[in-house]
Design a protein. Structure first.
Length: 483
C-alpha cells in the first residue's frame, strides 16, 4: 500500500533529507514521511479496524458503502487499482470488483462464499496467495463482515456501480491530531484570516491557527484529512476551505466554520489528494484540482458539482481564475499548463514550454497572459491567444506556488526564497531570504501588507512587504520549541 504524505517535488536532496520520501510513482520525487510514519500508519489502521468492528454488529445489515468499501480501499486498492492491477483484478469500483481477473474467477459472487475468489484469497493459509500479499491477514472481525456481506447477497447500496469507491463511502471522521508533535511537518498550506490577525497552517489531521503578530498558537481545528495541501478562506471570511486527504487513497475538499471550526461540508471525494482550490472573484464558484487529474467546479454555497475538466493526463497541481471569472488556468505534473473557458467547458490553449512538471499558475492582471512555474526552475509568462512564451525568470530551484495579490505576484521556491514581482511587468521587487529549507507555500494579506511563507522543515516566516523585514518566525508544530 502506498504511503504518500506530500505532493512530490523533484530534488536531489532525497538521500540526505532528515525526513525521507518514498519514490512512489515518481523515482526522483521527494515526499514527506516522518520517522514514525510507519507507526502512525499502523495506528490509523488499528483505529479503522475498531471502527469497522463496531459498525458490523451481528444484528445489523452490512452496508457495502459504509462497511465493505472502506475495507477494500484500505487493504486492496494499492495493488488492485487503476494504476496497478495485480492479477488483472481491480477494486476501484463495485462493477470492477465483481468481475473476474486473470484467474477467470469472479472476485465476489452474491450468496456464494466458496466461488468468491477474492474472499478465498483473503482467508488462505498460503502466504504466497493470501491478500493483502505483503500485509498482515485481515482480522477475524473484518473477514466475518465480508463473509456476511457475500452471504446476504453482496448488495450494492450506492447509486452508480461504476463510480470510484472513494466517491461513495461516507466522509470519514478523521483521527485526532497528536497533542504534541515529535517532528515538524512541511508547510504545504497557509492562509491569512480576513482580518490578518491570524495565520492558518496545515498540520497532521488538523489545521493550526497562529497569532500573526507573535507566532503563538491560538487554536487547533480537528477532523481534517491526513495532510492539507491548500487553504482558502471564503470571500466573506466565514468559512475555511481545506483541500488534501490521504495520498493514493482519498482526496477531499472540507469546509469549516471559520469561527468555531465545525465541519460544514465535504466536497468532491476522490481517490487521490486535492492539491489546490480557488474561489472565483464573485465567491460563487469553487474550483478544485486533484491528483486524479481532474478539475472540478462547484456552485456555492450548495456545493453542487457543475463542471468537470479532464484534459490533463496527470496530477493537476494548481488552478487559478481570471479576474473576470470566465476562465480557469491550470498546472499539471503532465508538464503542461492550460486555460479553459469555464462557461463553455472548453479547452482554449495548452502551454508545453516547461518540459517539466508544472507546479503553479496565475493570470496576468490584464487577462491576456498567464504565469506558470515548475520543475524547470523557472517562472514563465505566455500568451493565451497562441500559447507562446513572452518571458521567463530563472530561480535556483523548483518554483512551487504562485500567488497573485493585487499588483504583486509571489513565488515560493526550492532555492529557499520567496520572490515578489510586479504582476504586470514580471520585474522582481524583492526577494525574501531566511528559510533554511525549501520554501513550499506562500500567503498574502493586502490589508496588513504581510506575506507568510512556509518551509519544508516546518518553519513559518511572516514578512512586512513594505520594507522586506521579518515580523516573526516560528515552527508550526504544536509542542515543538520555537526556532
Amino acid at each position: 500500500m502506498r504511503n504518500w504524505t506530500i505532493v512530490a517535488f523533484r530534488s536531489a536532496k532525497v538521500a540526505s533529507a532528515r525526513t525521507s520520501f518514498p519514490a512512489g510513482s515518481n523515482p526522483d520525487a521527494r515526499y514527506f514521511r516522518g520517522a514514525k510514519g510507519d507507526c502512525l500508519r499502523s495506528l490509523l489502521c488499528i483505529f479503522a479496524l475498531l471502527a469497522f468492528a463496531s459498525w458490523a454488529r451481528a444484528d445489523e445489515e452490512v452496508s457495502f458503502r459504509r462497511d465493505v468499501a472502506p475495507l477494500l480501499l484500505d487493504n486492496c486498492l494499492a495493488c488492485h487499482g487503476p494504476k496497478k492491477a495485480e492479477g488483472g483484478w481491480r477494486v476501484d469500483s463495485f462493477e470492477r470488483l465483481m468481475q473476474a481477473g486473470a484467474s477467470e474467477a469472479p472476485g465476489f459472487v452474491a450468496g456464494d462464499v466458496d466461488s468468491s475468489e477474492a474472499f478465498r484469497r483473503m482467508i488462505s493459509d498460503d502466504e504466497a496467495e493470501r491478500m493483502p500479499l505483503d500485509g498482515d491477514p485481515l482480522p477475524a472481525e473484518q473477514l466475518a463482515l465480508i463473509r456476511r456481506w457475500i452471504e446476504s447477497g453482496a448488495k450494492y447500496d450506492a447509486e452508480d456501480p461504476k463510480s470510484p469507491l472513494a466517491t461513495i463511502v461516507p466522509p470519514p471522521t478523521h483521527p485526532a491530531a497528536p497533542e504534541s508533535y515529535a517532528h515538524p511537518l512541511p508547510i504545504t498550506a497557509l492562509a491569512f484570516s480576513p482580518d490578518g490577525q491570524t495565520l492558518v497552517a496545515g498540520g497532521y489531521h488538523e489545521l493550526t491557527v497562529w497569532n500573526a503578530a507573535d507566532g503563538q498558537l491560538a487554536r487547533r481545528i480537528g477532523n481534517v484529512g491526513q495532510r492539507t495541501y491548500v487553504l482558502a478562506f471564503s470571500p466573506d471570511g466565514s468559512q475555511i476551505v481545506a483541500g488534501g486527504g490521504s495520498p493514493g487513497r482519498l482526496g477531499e475538499t472540507r469546509i469549516y466554520d471559520a469561527a468555531t471550526g465545525e465541519l460544514l461540508k465535504v466536497l468532491g471525494t476522490t481517490g487521490d489528494v486535492v492539491l489546490d482550490v480557488a474561489w472565483d472573484p464573485a465567491g460563487k464558484r469553487l474550483a478544485t484540482a486533484a491528483a486524479d487529474g481532474v478539475i472540478r467546479v462547484y456552485e456555492m454555497p450548495a456545493g453542487e458539482e457543475k463542471l468537470t475538466l479532464t484534459s490533463h493526463s496527470d496530477w493537476v497541481t494548481a488552478v487559478a481564475w481570471s479576474d473576470d471569472g470566465t476562465r480557469l488556468a491550470s498546472a499539471s505534473r503532465d508538464k503542461t499548463a492550460k486555460v479553459f473557458d469555464v462557461e463553455k467547458g472548453e479547452l482554449l490553449v495548452t502551454y508545453s514550454g516547461h518540459a517539466q512538471p508544472v507546479r503553479g499558475v496565475a493570470f496576468h492582471p490584464e487577462g491576456k497572459e498567464v504565469y506558470s512555474s515548475g520543475a524547470d526552475n523557472k517562472l514563465h509568462r505566455w500568451q493565451i491567444a497562441d500559447g507562446k512564451k513572452t518571458a521567463d525568470v530563472g530561480f535556483g530551484g523548483e518554483v512551487f506556488k504562485l500567488v497573485r495579490g493585487g499588483d504583486f505576484l509571489l513565488a515560493s521556491s526550492a532555492d529557499k526564497t520567496v520572490r515578489q514581482f510586479d504582476a504586470k511587468s514580471h520585474q522582481q521587487v524583492r526577494s525574501y531570504s531566511g528559510h533554511t529549507d525549501w520554501a513550499l507555500s506562500v500567503a498574502w494579506h493586502a490589508g496588513s501588507q504581510r506575506l507568510a511563507s512556509g518551509g519544508f522543515n516546518g518553519e513559518v516566516r511572516i514578512w512586512n512587504v513594505q520594507d522586506g523585514s521579518q515580523v516573526v518566525g516560528f515552527t508550526a508544530a504544536p509542542g515543538l520549541p520555537r526556532p
